[in-house]
Design a protein around this ligand. Structure first.
Ligand SMILES: C[S@@+](CC[C@H](N)C(=O)[O-])C[C@H]1O[C@@H](n2cnc3c(N)ncnc32)[C@H](O)[C@@H]1O
Length: 393
């Protein structure tokens, strides 16, 4: 097959992937093309996104791409600064002080940076469990953390292949929900689902009749928020309900912190946001074409925090609050932590720390766009960082 399906970028100016990346992507393209053919010529975008991110050995998260940090495609908060992990550790210490078990379960641990930061900052932690969909990333986390951590800290980590039958402790998920495959919908008098086909040369968009569940969700949103205009395009994440339901079944006494970029529903489905929130990341460039570079670029959608909170409540969690990342970090010692790190360093370190604080907390960087949704099950924890407001009050 020629390489056109994945590599024709239209007007987009993107760097060219190297030969090994092109070869891997070409194999993934073939797998997606086969799947499209076996489904009669079109698959839902959610299935395309799932294959592009998680196809074993070939998907973006399951393949060899570097992904995180300055050499990768995007930078997450734990990659930016240890201050992020220190603030989370301080919140975890406060929860443990109120009777929550001293165990953490982290979903989607990326490079393993957050795990290392928290284990160092929280010596009283008994166990750190990691659950990641990507076998390749689990291996990288193991290698990196074995090299980084003292053996007694490394010995506290356990990689899981599924949810524990019973979990007591704190659950963390930083930038995990945005990496879950979404359905795409477009309104053309009626709601249509957007699927992906293949014209013999490249992937293209096709219309599909939306399934019952998808239609119910979008009509429910319109009945709460008002009718959306014609030509409106948006995403719906149908993974939240099963994900929170399975998590709630596993959690006996637990607190959960979900950290991600996203909006409450009034903003997410605002009539003016008529192109949705889907974004693709390739070598620190952001664009909106998920049909190119399959397996080589990240594809993400913002999180609808009201849908998350609804799914969590249905599963059996009590919502504790939703706050911008800036407020959460400031309430958990961002500035104090930076001062104490700065006291040990020279002028270069101090400048670097002040840049890191800006990136994590300024409204035009990660401070507002990223939010923290907190919930608990079978506990009566207090989290002063979660000023209650709106539906979360
Ligand atoms: C954008 S990365 C974030 C990595 C890391 N948390 C960070 O902040 O640097 C998304 C991660 O979530 C993982 N992931 C996505 N869906 C998941 C799920 N349902 N369960 C566990 N891990 C998941 C991916 O494999 C990947 O490691």
């Amino acid at each position: 097959m020629d390489l056109a399906p994945g590599f024709e970028t239209g007007g987009l100016k993107l760097p060219q992937p190297d030969a090994a990346a092109v070869a891997s992507s070409t194999r993934l393209v073939q797998a997606i093309v086969n799947r499209i053919a076996s489904c009669g010529g079109v698959i839902g975008f959610n299935e395309y996104m799932h294959m592009a991110l998680y196809q074993p050995g070939l998907g973006y998260y399951s393949g060899n791409a570097i992904k995180f940090g300055a050499l990768g495609d995007f930078v997450t908060a734990p990659e930016i600064s240890p201050l992020f992990g220190n603030c989370l550790a301080s919140q975890c210490a406060a929860l443990i002080g109120q009777g929550c078990a001293a165990r953490i379960l982290e979903f989607g641990a990326g490079s393993g940076k957050l795990c290392g930061q928290i284990l160092r900052a929280l010596p009283g932690l008994e166990r750190y469990l990691i659950l990641d969909l990507s076998a390749e990333l689990k291996q990288r986390q193991r290698d990196a953390l074995r090299g980084d951590l003292e053996p007694e800290l490394f010995a506290k980590i356990e990689w899981l292949s599924g949810l524990p039958e019973v979990f007591d402790g704190i659950v963390l998920a930083n930038e995990v929900l945005d990496a879950m495959p979404v359905h795409l919908l477009v309104k053309q008098h009626q709601w249509q689902e957007l699927g992906v086909g293949y014209d013999g040369q490249r992937f293209d968009w096709r219309s599909l009749a939306p399934g019952e569940r998808l239609l119910r969700e979008i009509r429910d949103i319109e009945s709460r928020r008002g009718e959306l205009p014609d030509d409106y395009r948006c995403e719906i994440n149908l993974n939240f309900k099963p994900w929170f339901s399975a998590l709630a079944q596993s959690c006996r006494q637990a607190a959960v912190l979900i950290i991600d970029y996203g909006y409450e529903q009034s903003e997410f489905y605002h009539p003016a946001r008529n192109r949705g929130t889907l974004e693709c990341y390739f070598q620190q460039r952001v664009h909106s074409d998920p049909l190119i570079y399959p397996g080589l670029q990240d594809i993400t959608a913002y999180v609808d925090f009201d849908a998350c909170a609804d799914a969590a409540e249905t599963g059996g969690f009590e919502i504790m609050g939703l706050v911008p990342q800036r407020d959460f970090l400031l309430a958990n010692g961002l500035l104090e932590g930076a001062q104490s790190l700065a006291a040990d360093g020279g002028i270069q370190e101090q400048l670097a720390l002040s840049q890191q604080i800006k990136t994590l907390s300024m409204p035009d960087e990660m401070g507002e766009r990223f939010k923290v949704l907190a919930m608990q099950k079978n506990l009566t924890l207090e989290m002063p960082a979660m000023q209650r407001r709106g539906r979360y009050g």
